[in-house]
Design a protein around this ligand. Sequence first.
Ligand SMILES: Cc1cc2nc3c(=O)[nH]c(=O)nc-3n(C[C@H](O)[C@H](O)[C@H](O)COP(=O)(O)OP(=O)(O)OC[C@H]3O[C@@H](n4cnc5c(N)ncnc54)[C@H](O)[C@@H]3O)c2cc1C
Length: 441
Amino acid sequence: MAKVAVIGAGLAGSEAAYKIVNEGFSVDLYEMRPVKTTPAHRTEKFAELVCSNSLGGKEITTGAGLLKEEMKLLDSLIVKTAEEFNVPAGGALAVDREKFSQKITEILENHPNINVIREEVKKIPEGYDVVIIATGPLTSEDLSKEIQKLTGAEHLYFYDAIAPTVDAETVDFSKGFWGDRYSKGEGDYFNCVLTEEEYERFYEELLKGEQVPLKDFERAVFFEGCLPIEEIARRGKQTLLFGPMKPVGLVDPKTGKQPFAVVQLRKENKEGTLLSMVGFQTKLKYPEQKRIFRFIPALKDATFVRLGSIHRNTFIQSQKVLKPTLQMKDKPNILFAGQITGVEGYAASAATGILAGINAARMLKGEEPVVPPETTMLGGLVRYITEPKEELQPMNPNFALLPDLKGKKIKDKRKRKLLKAERALKDMKKFVNELNKEKVG
Ligand SMILES: Cc1cc2nc3c(=O)[nH]c(=O)nc-3n(C[C@H](O)[C@H](O)[C@H](O)COP(=O)(O)OP(=O)(O)OC[C@H]3O[C@@H](n4cnc5c(N)ncnc54)[C@H](O)[C@@H]3O)c2cc1C
């Protein structure tokens, strides 16, 4: 009988294994805990939530909320179990983490078609028809080396240095100008201009900003030349002006002069709906980032779709090595799922696990692997991580990933999100119906 190996019983691996056995196949599910643990996990349970106990917003007008609704249509084990063990958390879906992981562990361990193997995988196991790698942001060292061999060393990153990303619709474009340094390039940068007074105010606030304490295993990041913006600022008032805020090579068309300081925003997707703050990786606490970065005049009313951070994160450059079906381009029987693909957060990781599971089962049945429609949050995410770009930085579910509403210009942001969400759910239902029809047919 055809067999699948799923490596890693985290959020993604649990979903993938569950999907595959529900399609009638057998899975060997490899999990290294408790034989070997990661720096963040505390138990030997599957789908352990390593930090917050929240799976993000519930409303379909939030990126995570819409994704979870789509996941329910795809029969998600994670969302189903989270709802069973939810605890009150306002608009978010938070869970009793012990009961949540315990239940998922029981379901998978007791399943007759799942063989749990508690060992560290150091090499891609042989003798399987399909292998899914879902070993997460803290993939063990030996397996990371193996993945480097598989993908090319330059395509595996060990750290995120995430700069905040803003929704382009909320940027005040009158407070800067589009243009590349020394006019070299395609005009993909928007330069937010700061006068000397504005820079000083921003600088003072940056120095006062409260930081997230570093975990021991994260300290090494700073030795890799990846300094947070606030650390650069601490080295002197001028340092930023020679670093990420340097104005050299730029001329403001309004004044004909070089600005005093700039913050460059770079398009993060083809449509230019997402703009990231170049060189602004930071360890500032999230509310502090919003408060301080709004001192940049063009960002006064900005919506941050993702805030900055620096942390240990093993992830591949999916745009170079994966197809949107999550198969490797040159070894299609190997799929990746979870945070290691460059998606971010519990819900997004689990969702890619479902897709990898669906596709693994389809491959075993001799069917073509699928990708959900681009109008869905899951479809938008997998397209984002696999579409061509120089460098992939991890992405969470958000509405800027979804195409515009055809023929409609709706000013009200919430209304626009609601319409996009309704379209996404309609299209996901259709996608699921098609899959089910094929099963019956
Ligand atoms: C410190 C920290 C804090 C975080 N906080 C949050 C948060 O608050 N909210 C949020 O949404 N996301 C958070 N994340 C991200 C979070 O880890 C992911 O969203 C999610 O857990 C990823 O799911 P996954 O299935 O890809 O990986 P994981 O859930 O990490 O699962 C991977 C599994 O693979 C196993 N494994 C690794 N290597 C091997 C191997 N060689 N052989 C066998 N098994 C192996 C691991 O033990 C683990 O069980 C945090 C990450 C870190 C590191």
